[in-house]
Write a protein that binds this ligand. Structure first.
Ligand code: PEP
Length: 252
């Protein structure tokens, strides 16, 4: 059975003290939560990863990275390697967030290398993708999503997919307050599963968790998560507030 996942992407928010307060609030609020098949992830900024890994210890909250460089090591000023992340206890990394693609020039080709490095290091890749508003307006959204998946992931062997989580994030819905309707999310998630089935097989397609991201809030989470192909969410703004994030987790 594929996992349900709620992941909070804190982006460039929360200094050390704020991060500590937020993780403590999450830990306390989730003390009696039945995780069963549900995973709860938070992605703080790099400088706070190490301390949060320690703070999350003995809780079921997983601390993950927001990004990673594709090279093993070397002259890449300002970058962070897989080995550095693993060495402080990080097991998963978000790759290809639309902000990385649009502000930092991350292409499908770079992302495919980042995926390879992640898997080579036995880490999990939370692979983000999604269409721009103009792609949807011109009815090219399926084509764009298919090409992002093919270019970023379809070179992988089937066995590698056990370490892949997908996050469909229509760019027009990220941080805008505009959410894809539950029907739009379901339609795209079903399409994603169908193309994975066509490329690989039905079991693999049914086993991969596909998260939705884009202005998920306590008020809309339950309806979005109720859709059969939506396995949880990647949450930005609402993950910065403990009560909102907890409400979203409880909606799964
Ligand atoms: C995100 O950044 O991945 C995201 C979904 O942000 P928000 O929830 O704020 O739209």
């Amino acid at each position: 059975m594929r996992a349900k996942i709620v992941a909070g992407n804190w982006k460039m928010n929360n200094n050390k003290d704020e991060s500590k307060t937020l993780i403590n609030e999450l830990k306390n609020s989730l003390k009696d939560f039945s995780f069963n098949n549900t995973r709860v992830l938070v992605a703080p900024t790099f400088v706070n990863l190490s301390s949060l890994v320690k703070r999350a210890n003995k809780s079921k909250i997983e601390v993950v990275a927001q990004n990673m460089h594709q090279a093993k090591n070397g002259a890449f000023t300002g970058e962070i390697s897989a080995d550095m992340l693993k060495n402080i206890g990080i097991k998963s990394v978000i790759l290809g967030h639309s902000e990385r693609r649009s502000y930092f020039g991350e292409t499908d080709a770079i992302l495919s290398e980042k995926v390879n490095t992640t898997l080579k290091n036995n880490m999990e890749a939370i692979f983000c993708f999604g269409e721009l508003l103009e792609d949807r307006s011109s009815e090219n959204h399926f084509k764009v999503v298919e090409s992002q998946l093919k270019n970023g992931l379809f070179h992988l062997e089937a066995s590698a997919w056990k370490n892949i989580v997908l996050a469909y994030e229509p760019v027009w819905a990220i941080g805008t307050g505009e959410t894809a309707s539950p029907q739009q999310a379901q339609e795209m998630h079903a399409f994603i599963r169908a193309i994975i089935k066509e490329k690989y097989n039905e079991t693999l397609a049914n086993n991969v968790s596909i998260l939705y991201g884009g202005s998920v809030k306590p008020s809309n989470a339950e309806e979005i998560f109720s859709k059969p192909d939506v396995d949880g969410g990647l949450i930005g703004g609402a993950a910065l507030n403990a009560q909102d994030f907890i409400a979203i987790i409880k909606a799964i």
